[in-house]
Design a protein around this ligand. Structure first.
Ligand SMILES: [Zn+2]
Length: 349
């Protein structure tokens, strides 16, 4: 095997009826030993191969019958943890064979693990042949996609793929319909890169792609919790607030409504938003009139002489109330909080 060939095959012994015996969970990956950190690369491959959809096991990987790595997978509330310990000359072993075969034992039985296995278990050539012969049972992750198809196809690969799988584990208990339609994917190619959004049925979203800084960030389970009914309500509430705040700028109002900004325009828009938001929103809108106990009407804007003053009073009241509501549940919507801060500062001037 030459250095130019960067393919590695991974196989593992079968332990359930669902496993395929002919092509034993064969997967094809790309590993570059010339990479900046070859151990990170192989770690990601192993994590992808053993970390998901398998019970907790203690695995030992062999190259040409020689032990190359011990891997311990422990499942946790928000995913799994993996401990991998490589032998000192692992790179040499892998370079020579370019195939790792994993055997497993349950936790507590690590000591029963063999030190060597029959070196004829699977050779690279056999793996390659199996891969060609049983492509339906094999996964090709070497070019980032499973099987090449004609036509347009989108892929989630590399770090994104690992993030996606962590997201899926965290959301494994969310509602999945009769046809398993739990996740939806949207791919948006643009001049700035590709934005990928994965949405779970609970409403939580995972942003992937090389758009903005998504790529550089690690998966953070705290940012992707399973959403409750209350979370969804808060999200709708925050969306409505954002929509109303943004049109405070006359220029943006004009873009949105194709007419000049007026108090009446803003008021009507707020009433429309209130219909789809919960009580907290409408309670934050200063209505034109209030009915007092004695049945008399009170004009809440009577101190205002101009449209501008009405708009300012309207937003002052709105923001004061909204801030109270948002702080009561520790809103984490950064985009909204930033806008809110800008607006509050504009009052101080
Ligand atoms: Zn979910």
């Amino acid at each position: 095997m030459s250095y130019v060939d960067r393919t590695v095959y991974l196989t593992r012994d079968s332990f359930s009826m669902g496993d395929d015996v002919m092509a034993p969970n064969l997967a094809k990956y790309t590993w570059r030993d010339t990479d900046y950190s070859p151990v990170t690369g192989i770690n990601m491959i192993i994590e992808d191969y053993l970390g998901l959809n398998l019970p907790d096991f203690f695995w030992r990987g062999f190259c040409n019958g020689q032990k190359i790595v011990d891997v311990e997978i422990v499942r946790e509330e928000n995913g799994f943890s993996k401990k991998a310990k490589f032998v000192e000359n692992w790179q040499e072993l892998l370079r020579d064979s370019r195939i790792i075969h994993f055997v497993h034992k349950g936790h507590g039985h690590e000591n029963e693990m063999p030190e060597t296995i029959d070196s004829n278990y699977y050779s690279y050539e056999e793996a390659e042949a199996m891969f060609t012969e049983y492509p339906r049972n094999a996964r090709d992750l070497s070019d980032g996609s499973e099987y090449s198809k004609r036509g347009l196809h989108f892929a989630i690969t590399g770090r994104d793929y690992i993030k996606l799988r962590k997201f899926k584990i965290q959301h494994r208990k969310c509602y999945s319909g009769m046809t398993g339609d739990q996740f939806t994917y949207s791919f948006t190619p643009s001049g700035l890169g590709e934005a990928v959004t994965v949405s779970c049925s609970c409403g939580q979203k995972l942003l992937l792609g090389n758009f903005c800084d998504y790529e550089a960030e690690d998966y953070d389970p705290l940012k992707h919790p399973v959403m409750s009914e209350q979370d969804r309500q808060n999200e709708a509430f925050e969306k409505a607030i954002y929509s109303l705040l943004i049109v405070r700028k006359p220029r943006l109002f004009r873009i949105g409504f194709l007419t000049d900004q007026t108090f009446e325009g803003i008021y009507a828009y707020a009433c429309g938003l209130a219909q789809n938001a919960d009580r907290r929103f409408s309670a934050s809108v200063l209505s034109k009139t209030t009915y007092k106990k004695n049945g008399r009407q009170m004009d809440n804007y009577e101190t205002c002489h101009t449209d501008r003053e009405k708009i300012d009073l309207f937003y002052e009241y709105f923001i004061k109330n909204i801030e109270k509501e948002l702080s009561s549940y520790e809103c984490k919507n950064e985009q909204l909080l930033k806008l809110l801060k800008e607006e509050t500062q504009s009052f101080d001037i």
